[in-house]
Design a protein around this ligand. Structure first.
Ligand SMILES: [Zn+2]
Length: 498
C-alpha cells in the first residue's frame, strides 16, 4: 500500500462533502518553537483529505502555510532570555538562537520540512514573509484596509471586546522592527502604502505590496483563504472555540472578502501519556523526527492520526508501543515478526542483519529473514526503541562472561540447566525449543518461572527476559549448551565442583 494513497474513512467522508473543486487544501503553522507531533497531526489531517480528493479524480493543490512573518510572542524553552528584545519582531527577521539557520523561523521550520520530505509528503511549503514580499497579499491587504470599519465591527461583535479607536487590520513594521504597536494614519491605495505613527510618534510609510508589515492574524486568516483560494483547512480546538479565530474569520470571509468559508475539520490534541497535552511553550513535545527513528513514515501517519483525529489521543511510545507496531504490521506485511521479538533480536545481535537473519530463521520467521535491507531498517527501529523508550523489562544484553548473578541459583535450577544442555539440539526452532524448556521443567517438578529464571540469569544476568523459546533458539546452540553446562557445574559459592 503506497503511503500517499492511504485514505482513512473519516477523510473519505470529509471529501464527500467538499464538492468538485478545484481544491486548495491548506494547513498553517507558526514556527515559533519546536514543531511537534501535535502540529504534525494537523498536517496529516490535511494530507488525508487531499488524498481523498485526489482519489476522487479531483484537482488538488496541498499547501503548508508557514507563518514566518508572524511576530515572536514569547520565548520558547531553551531560547536565551535576551531574546525578549525580539518580541514583536517577525520570526523571519529574528536571528537563529543556535546560529545554524538564516532565522529563528527557519531554525524550527527547516527540520519539520525535512521530516515532511522523509515522509514523502507531496505538499507545497510556503513562507508567509515571502508571500508578502512578493506581493501575493497586496490585493487582499488593500481590501482589508478599505474595509477597516466593517472588520472592526465583526471583531467587536464576535469577541465582545471594544477595539482601540485607531485599530487597523494592517500592522506596519516600525523602524524598531516591531510589527505591533504602530498606528495607521492614512491609506495610499494607489501606491500600496500606509502612513503610520511609530511608538515614538514619528510618521513613517510602509509599502504593503513589499512585505513591510502584515495583516493582523485574525484578518489574515480570512484574507489568505481568499488569496490562496482555500477550499479546506483543518483547525485545532484552540481556534474553533466560541469567539475564537475561526468565528471571526468566517464572518470576515463572507461579509468583507466575499469569499465562501472553506470546508473544515476540527481535530483534537495529542497528549503524551503521563505528561499531558503537547505544547512547545511548556516544553512538552515529541518531535516527528525522533519518532521516525523507531517506526516507518506510514506507521507514524497512523499513530498520529489514530482511528479518528476528532478524538484526543494519548500517545504511548513506552509499554504500549509494541502492540501498536504489531497491529500496524499485521495490516501491511504478510508475515510480520512480533515487534517484541525484533527487539530481542536487535539486542542480541546488534546491528548485523546477517546474524539477525540466522536468529529469525531459527525462531521460525523465515520470511522476515529474506530481505536484509528491510531487516536492517527494522532492527534499527527496534534497537532505537529499546534504547530510548522501552520499559526496563524489555532491555537486556546477552552477557559475554558468566554473570555473577548465577551464584543465586539453587541446586534444582542447576540440574535443570544441565538437563536442558543435554537435550538442546542444533536446528531446533522456537516452538520446539519452547516445548523442550517447558517439558524439562515439568519433568523435574520445577515451576516454569523458577526454571526459566535460571536460564535468564545464566544468559542475561536477569530473572526475566524475552519469550524463552525463540530467544534461546536464536542463539548459537554450542554457546548455550556450554554456558548451561558450565553454570550447572558451579557450586552456590561460585566455585567449580571436583
Ligand atoms: Zn538553526
Amino acid at each position: 500500500m503506497s503511503s500517499n494513497l492511504f485514505i482513512p474513512p473519516w477523510a473519505e467522508q470529509v471529501a464527500e462533502q467538499l464538492g468538485t473543486g478545484p481544491h486548495v487544501v491548506v494547513t498553517g503553522i507558526s514556527p515559533s518553537g519546536n514543531i511537534h507531533a501535535g502540529n504534525l497531526r494537523e498536517v496529516l489531517v490535511a494530507e488525508a483529505v487531499a488524498n481523498a480528493l485526489k482519489a476522487r479524480g479531483l484537482e488538488v493543490r496541498f499547501v503548508f502555510h508557514a507563518d514566518t512573518i508572524d511576530p515572536l510572542r514569547k520565548i520558547a524553552p531553551g531560547i536565551p532570555a535576551d531574546y525578549k528584545s525580539y518580541i514583536g519582531h517577525s520570526l523571519s527577521r529574528v536571528p537563529d538562537p543556535e546560529g545554524c539557520h538564516d532565522s529563528y523561523a527557519e531554525h524550527f521550520l527547516s527540520p519539520f520540512e525535512e521530516t515532511l520530505k522523509r515522509m514523502e509528503m507531496h505538499v507545497e511549503v510556503l513562507r508567509s514573509h515571502e508571500l508578502y514580499e512578493d506581493g501575493f497579499y497586496t490585493e487582499v491587504t488593500r481590501e482589508a484596509i478599505e474595509h477597516t470599519e466593517a472588520l472592526r465591527r465583526i471583531l467587536q461583535e464576535v469577541s465582545g471586546r471594544e477595539m482601540p479607536k485607531h485599530w487597523s487590520p494592517y500592522l506596519p513594521r516600525a523602524g524598531s522592527g516591531q510589527v505591533v504597536g504602530a498606528r495607521v494614519l492614512e491609506h495610499l491605495p494607489g501606491e500600496n502604502k500606509v502612513v503610520f505613527a511609530d511608538e515614538d510618534g514619528w510618521e513613517e510609510v510602509a509599502d504593503y505590496g513589499r512585505g513591510e508589515g502584515k495583516l493582523g492574524w485574525r484578518v489574515e486568516l480570512a484574507a489568505r483563504w481568499k488569496a490562496l483560494g482555500a477550499t479546506f483547512e483543518p483547525f485545532g480546538k484552540d481556534h474553533t472555540s466560541r469567539g475564537g479565530s475561526t468565528d471571526t474569520a468566517d464572518r470576515m470571509a463572507e461579509e468583507v472578502f466575499r469569499y465562501p468559508v472553506p470546508g473544515r475539520y476540527e481535530y483534537e490534541w495529542i497528549q503524551i501519556k503521563g505528561k499531558g497535552a503537547m505544547s512547545s511553550s511548556k516544553g512538552i513535545v515529541l518531535l516527528p523526527q525522533e519518532m521516525l527513528e523507531i517506526m516507518p513514515p506510514d506507521a507514524l501517519r497512523r499513530l498520529i492520526l489514530g482511528r479518528d483525529p476528532a478524538r484526543a489521543l494519548d500517545l504511548d511510545l513506552g509499554a504500549g508501543f509494541p502492540r501498536f507496531m504489531d497491529e500496524y504490521r499485521a495490516e501491511v506485511e504478510p508475515y510480520p515478526v512480533p515487534f517484541a521479538h525484533l527487539v530481542t533480536v536487535a539486542q542480541t545481535v546488534g546491528g548485523e542483519p546477517e546474524k539477525a537473519a540466522v536468529m529469525l530463521r531459527r525462531g521460525g520467521y523465515e520470511e522476515a529473514a529474506s530481505d536484509l535491507a528491510e531487516l536492517r531498517r527494522d532492527l534499527a527501529y527496534a534497537r532505537n526503541w529499546a534504547e530510548k523508550w522501552a520499559p526496563e523489562s524489555y532491555r537486556f544484553g546477552v552477557r559475554e562472561e558468566v554473570p555473577l548473578e548465577v551464584a543465586n541459583l539453587d541446586a534444582e535450577q542447576r540440574t535443570y540447566l544441565a538437563a536442558v544442555a543435554g537435550r538442546l539440539e542444533d536446528g531446533m526452532d522456537g516452538e520446539a525449543t519452547q516445548d523442550l524448556l517447558y517439558s524439562t521443567a515439568v519433568e523435574l517438578g520445577l515451576k516454569p518461572k523458577t526454571a526459566f529464571g535460571a536460564l535468564y540469569t545464566t544468559l542475561l544476568g536477569k530473572k526475566s527476559g524475552p519469550k524463552a523459546g525463540s530467544f534461546v533458539a536464536g542463539l548459537d546452540t554450542d554457546f548455550v549448551r556450554e554456558r548451561f553446562r558450565h553454570v550447572s557445574g558451579l557450586t552456590t559459592a561460585g566455585e567449580v565442583e571436583d
